[in-house]
Design a protein around this ligand. Structure first.
Ligand SMILES: C[S@@+](CC[C@H](N)C(=O)[O-])C[C@H]1O[C@@H](n2cnc3c(N)ncnc32)[C@H](O)[C@@H]1O
Length: 302
């Protein structure tokens, strides 16, 4: 289908500068068609004739910037995405958290999109963690996309979205519902209650204090440039408890980012147990404890 809206270079530059200023989205020239396609829908909804008029509209309606940024985010996700991370949770992280008896446990899904990631974590913890009900455990799930967050809070998914959820867990943690003759699955309250969904732009000040035991920031930083990644990684480090874990997506890596983390395995990092000055730099060589695997270097600038 031919797009009736053409995004010229000048307009593209203004839009990408705005997206960078607000959300640090790295929309380089190669993304022009993507921006054109994503925003065309919005122009149509607003009944505007072209991108020049959309920029005027943005000037007159500053709150539109949030909607624009929302349209420009990539929200692809799925339940139990990157299963190796869940194996790692079971084998290393959960035993560590189990030992921290009586302490409050906090996890953060930063860039949670439509909720599949935090729901997967919650289900997994419920299945594998000892005495979960007697623990003070919560998962904070944040995103900049209001659309994705609304879907996350709804917690209703189509059958095909549950294909990576083991069948017994589907039965246990989802209720089958029919909407307009179609089958959907609604996440159960026992899982929903473990999560707090919040709007948060990672480029802004973070209002929560932390600290967290595990931070998942998977498949989010690929949309940022190196300076932003650098800044965020150090902020995430500060928000972890000593010994806390930091997980990025498998196509991401901290290999080219200065950081004080201890490398555990590809896409998994740990804050050192003893609080030291934040000066040392982690190398992507496995620590003595985790010898398997090699860093995935792909920076996947997307
Ligand atoms: C591809 S999804 C990843 C979802 C999930 N973490 C996963 O790995 O399946 C990336 C998410 O990052 C969010 N995001 C992008 N820029 C952001 C920002 N500046 N602040 C907060 N979230 C952002 C997007 O809205 C999107 O939902």
């Amino acid at each position: 289908m031919v797009n009736e809206y053409e995004l010229g270079e000048r307009e593209f530059r203004r839009i990408s500068a705005m997206a960078y200023r607000i959300a640090r989205l790295n929309l380089h020239e190669g993304k022009r068609m993507l921006v054109q396609n994503r925003l065309s829908k919005r122009l149509r909804a607003l009944g505007l004739p072209g991108f020049r008029e959309y920029l005027d509209f943005l000037d007159e309606n500053p709150e539109e910037v949030r909607v624009m940024v929302d349209c420009l985010t990539t929200n692809f996700t799925r339940l139990f995405r990157e299963p190796e991370h869940f194996d790692f949770l079971r084998d290393e992280v959960i035993p560590w958290m189990d030992e921290l008896d009586h302490e409050r446990i906090r996890l953060w899904s930063a860039g949670c999109s439509s909720g599949e990631e935090p729901y997967s974590i919650a289900i997994f913890l419920r299945e594998h963690m000892e005495n979960l009900d007697s623990r003070d455990l919560l998962i904070l799930a944040t995103d900049i996309s209001a659309r994705a967050l609304a879907k996350a809070k709804e917690g209703v998914y189509r059958e095909e979205q549950l294909r990576d959820c083991p069948a017994p867990w589907r039965v246990k943690y989802f209720t089958r519902i029919r909407v307009n003759g179609e089958t959907y699955y609604r996440v159960s309250p026992v899982i929903y209650r473990m999560i707090r969904f919040r709007y948060l732009n990672l480029a802004d000040r973070w209002p929560m204090k932390g600290p967290f035991h595990v931070i998942f920031c998977r498949n989010v930083m690929i949309y940022f440039d190196r300076d932003t990644q650098q800044e965020l990684v150090l902020r995430f480090y500060d928000y972890l408890v000593p010994g806390g874990y930091f997980l990025v997506g498998h196509s991401e890596s901290l290999a080219r980012i200065r950081n004080p983390f201890v490398y555990c395995r590809p896409s998994v990092y740990r804050k050192t147990s003893e609080e030291g000055p934040r000066k040392s730099e982690a190398s992507e060589r496995p620590s003595t404890k985790h010898r398997e695997g090699k860093a995935s270097i792909a920076e996947g600038a997307g």
